[in-house]
Write a protein that binds this ligand. Structure first.
Ligand SMILES: Cc1cc2nc3c(=O)[nH]c(=O)nc-3n(C[C@H](O)[C@H](O)[C@H](O)COP(=O)(O)O)c2cc1C
Length: 227
């Protein structure tokens, strides 16, 4: 299905009716699974280009193929694209993030280059979140009154991988949880379906590449953990 896709509101906040030609059915299908896994990383710098609604549907659909306890599929996904609503969310995110990052800012002189870059990228996202075209919230059912965030992480990871495959940038974030009830209320989520993560999604300004990780040989043990 090649669509001249109806796009979601971009940084301009205006819904566009014409977008680039994208074949929704084939885009991303050719990326090797393991190669995609090895090159998926936190993308926090985005262009102002809007994102097609059909493309968001495609990456969220990948999320729905995740496993869940008893196959209950406890998730809901809310794609916030309205400019004013994104600004409202971004304000709260920034407030929560500033508190969260303050100790790291103080200690940053002693950080490695990689850690400092990661912090700067997180700061950039907090400062520009309102301009990111899509704020995708992932919410899920409670069990015995408790949020079950772990039940949603497989779906979240599938979405991050699907974004990688189709060329969209994305990053799992959670600092909005400092304002969870206020934000969930704004999204119309009942207390029985709290949000777990906010995934900003847009077209990346930096290319995907292998992230910095510990070697598997430092954390894989056979038969017994060996400190
Ligand atoms: C549960 C969880 C919560 C996270 N919350 C945030 C967040 O609130 N803000 C943010 O910028 N990044 C957040 N991250 C992203 C991590 O900082 C990122 O995945 C990590 O630094 C690795 O980045 P890399 O894949 O680019 O190496 C979160 C990651 C996880 C797994």
């Amino acid at each position: 299905m090649t669509l001249r896709v109806v796009t979601l509101a971009g940084a301009s906040g205006k819904a566009c009716t014409m977008g680039p030609e994208i074949d929704i059915e084939t885009i991303g299908e050719e990326v090797g699974l393991l190669e995609g896994i090895r090159t998926t990383r936190a993308i926090r710098r985005f262009s102002a280009e809007p994102v097609a609604a059909e493309l968001i549907r495609k990456v969220v659909e990948a999320g729905t193929f995740a496993p869940s306890g008893g196959n209950r599929q406890p998730w809901s996904f809310i794609a916030v694209t309205d400019r004013e609503r994104r600004a409202w969310v971004a304000q709260r995110y920034k407030r929560a993030f500033d508190d969260y990052i303050a100790p790291a800012r103080e200690a940053a002189d002693g950080f490695s280059t990689a850690r400092r870059r990661s912090m700067e990228s997180a700061i950039h996202l907090a400062e520009t979140l309102a301009e990111v075209p899509v704020h995708l919230f992932v919410a899920g059912w409670t069990r015995r009154g408790q949020p079950q965030h772990q039940a949603l992480y497989p779906a979240i990871q599938n979405i991050l991988l699907a974004c990688r495959a189709v060329g969209l940038g994305a990053c799992i974030t959670s600092v909005h949880l400092a304002f969870a009830r206020e934000i969930d209320g704004y999204l119309g989520l009942p207390e029985s379906q709290p949000s777990c993560a906010l995934i900003p999604i847009g077209w990346p300004l930096i290319p995907y590449k292998k992230p910095v990780r510990r070697s598997v040989d430092d954390c894989l043990f056979w038969d017994r953990f060996d400190a």
